[in-house]
Design a binder for this molecule. Sequence first.
Ligand SMILES: NC(=O)c1ccc[n+]([C@@H]2O[C@H](COP(=O)([O-])OP(=O)(O)OC[C@H]3O[C@@H](n4cnc5c(N)ncnc54)[C@H](O)[C@@H]3O)[C@@H](O)[C@H]2O)c1
Ligand SMILES: O=c1ccn([C@@H]2O[C@H](COP(=O)(O)OP(=O)(O)O[C@H]3O[C@H](CO)[C@@H](O)[C@H](O)[C@H]3O)[C@@H](O)[C@H]2O)c(=O)[nH]1
Length: 433
Amino acid sequence: MKIAVVGTGYVGLVTGTCFAETGNKVVCVDIDKSKVEKLSNGEITIYEPGLEKLFLRNLKEGRLKFTTSLAEGIEGAPIIFLALPTPPGEDGAADLRYVLGVADELGKLMKDYKVIVDKSTVPVGTAQKVHSAVAAHYKGAFDVVSNPEFLREGVAVDDFMKPDRVVIGTGSERARKLMGDLYAPFVRQGNPVIYMDERSAELTKYAANSFLATKISFMNEIAQLCEKLGADVDMVRRGIGSDERIGKRFLFPGIGYGGSCFPKDVQALIRSAEEADYDFKILKAVESVNELQKKHLLPKVKAYFKGALKGKRIALWGLAFKPNTDDIREAPALSLIEALTAEGANVIAFDPEAMANVKKTLGNQIAYAANQYEALVGADALIIATEWSEFRTPDFEMIGERLKNKTIFDGRNLFEVKQMAALGYHYESIGRP
Ligand SMILES: NC(=O)c1ccc[n+]([C@@H]2O[C@H](COP(=O)([O-])OP(=O)(O)OC[C@H]3O[C@@H](n4cnc5c(N)ncnc54)[C@H](O)[C@@H]3O)[C@@H](O)[C@H]2O)c1
Ligand SMILES: O=c1ccn([C@@H]2O[C@H](COP(=O)(O)OP(=O)(O)O[C@H]3O[C@H](CO)[C@@H](O)[C@H](O)[C@H]3O)[C@@H](O)[C@H]2O)c(=O)[nH]1
């Protein structure tokens, strides 16, 4: 089957590549000319483990194409995925201008039946808005389906290929059949396709992200309490996570959640609730706990240096909002950098993949090291902001030789407290004695 994917960012590229991998002919459309040129020439535009190999194979074998022309992309494609940005508008609500703008264009271009699929994260009622935008120009039959995406950056290919579930929101039998056929290769492992109405599918996506963000903020508050009461959050985490009703995952405290999804989606659901005259109290707390958590290491660092950070050289390991990605959207490391530089500290950072993206936004406000150990030379302390696997088992002797003081502030609880004490480090982490 030929399918079109409109928007070739993170989700669009993974979606297009994975559908090509299962034998479909995929045309990806993007308004960004340079991105389309790069991708057409075999240059991948995001860092995502495992994606490049699939991308290059499908490009070479002619199942994956890129264009700036929406008309060319949708020609002969019965299914059109919209993987467009839905950033927060000024009031925090999802900005639908990209989705509805393309819907308007589609209405003008369509000549036959198509299924238009919202893969972007969009508020309840968007499928209906997309339908109206298309129907304003196109009078033939078509369907709009809500098919939210649950992939995580860093493991996106696996998440797409072996999804826990696929949610398809539609009231149309014709669309349901087409979507079911398209997803059949991905759900053979027994993971379900859950069919529902469009509005429930749209809300499912926000509910999933908001629930996960709630878990994280809850654990971050437990970690705060651990610090005050002399308990160890690692023990508490293991103690509660073994209860299947709670589950082991997403209970890791740290320096707050970041990324392109949780912050914006929590905010958008609060806003949607307000529009429906409902005050979503829990989510407001989740958001404010996260804001505080992003700055949680700063008072520890300041207290250690007796309030005087001016002129201190601080090494920072990790800039991406999580490991295995070069994405720095809403990365907690950026909040830390802002706070540290505002106090007059000099930051020298290293990240295995995200430095180029940070250079584009922060330029020479901070310094960049060629590797994790170079960042430490002459530094007064090391701060760890992202749990890249190469940071988990470092050479502590090399760290000790390079740092001016054997001092580590760990925002991701990578090391054992006792081991660090035995190695002679001043070591502070999150929620542990
Ligand atoms: N990033 C994730 O991990 C993830 C996971 C699940 C869902 N989502 C949701 O998916 C959507 C897309 O997210 P993303 O991270 O891929 O966004 P992105 O910003 O990485 O990519 C969006 C792409 O759309 C293109 N675009 C903008 N206007 C266009 C137009 N008129 N025509 C064609 N292309 C256009 C942009 O040039 C860009 O390449 C969002 O709603 C997001 O919330 C993201
Ligand atoms: O126990 C945990 C787990 C995660 N995080 C943080 O939470 C953020 C988000 O992590 P993760 O969910 O792994 O990354 P994303 O790629 O943003 O994926 C989320 O957002 C996507 C976009 O909507 C969804 O598709 C995914 O299902 C959802 O997990 C990161 O800053 C993590 O450091 C924690 O602090 N503690």
